[in-house]
Ligand binder design. Structure first.
Ligand SMILES: N[C@@H](CCC(=O)N[C@@H](CS)C(=O)NCC(=O)O)C(=O)O
Length: 198
């Protein structure tokens, strides 16, 4: 497996996923600052010119959430996903998908100072709804599926960690701060993140 990554990117989340699995892929460092994602070598791998990318036996997987979900299913013995067919799978998917499809676009638009958009038709609605959803979805104890830590915590929790760290969430609740603290206390988080984030 090749993992195309850069430490100053969303690929930190997939790096963390590998650390939780205790699996070591071949790491391919992509210099996004110098435009390596736009080269003739990289674009055929991901026409979006984005990292992270996972290549597993010739199969290309892009998107943080898809890579984490793929890896959790590839290594079922690590128990980073609820079993196939379990009703918990619905909750698991919700936490995997809501960050990239709904929260990230809202926080990006907000950081650009754009407020003139049709809340009814854009997928993210508005900031008030996103913050209420985050608060409702944040677990008061343990992890998003209860006692079992899963890839959904890496994707959803990792996104909240980033929003808090970068000021996107200006006033995180004590419940949210405690959840992020639990994530940061994990050895695999600490092994993959710069100490200034711990
Ligand atoms: N939707 C993608 C976003 C990936 C993304 O935006 N990656 C950025 C780094 S954080 C990137 O590769 N930028 C390089 C570029 O656009 O040239 C995902 O979830 O993986």
């Amino acid at each position: 497996m090749q993992h195309y990554f850069n430490p100053m990117s969303r690929a930190m989340t997939t790096l963390w996923m590998f650390a939780e699995l205790q699996v070591e892929p071949e790491q391919v460092l992509v210099d996004i600052q110098s435009g390596e994602t736009a080269t003739a070598e990289f674009r055929p791998i991901n026409p979006m010119g984005k990292i992270p990318v996972l290549v597993d036996d010739g199969v290309v997987v892009t998107e943080v959430a898809a890579i984490c979900a793929y890896l959790a299913d590839k290594f079922p013995e690590k128990h980073l996903a609820p079993e196939l067919g379990s009703p918990l799978r619905g909750r698991y998917y919700r936490y995997l998908f809501v960050p990239g499809t709904t929260l990230e676009p809202m926080f990006t638009v907000n950081s650009m100072g754009i407020s003139d958009y049709p809340a009814m038709s854009v997928g993210f609605g508005d900031m008030e709804r996103c913050l209420t959803t985050i608060e409702e979805m944040t677990p008061a104890e343990d992890w998003v599926l209860g006692k079992q830590f899963t890839a959904a915590d890496i994707v959803f929790g990792g996104t909240l960690d980033f929003f808090v760290q970068t000021g996107g969430i200006e006033r995180p609740s004590s419940k949210l701060r405690a959840y992020v603290r639990r994530l940061k206390d994990r050895l695999a988080y600490q092994a993959t993140h710069d100490p200034s984030w711990h």
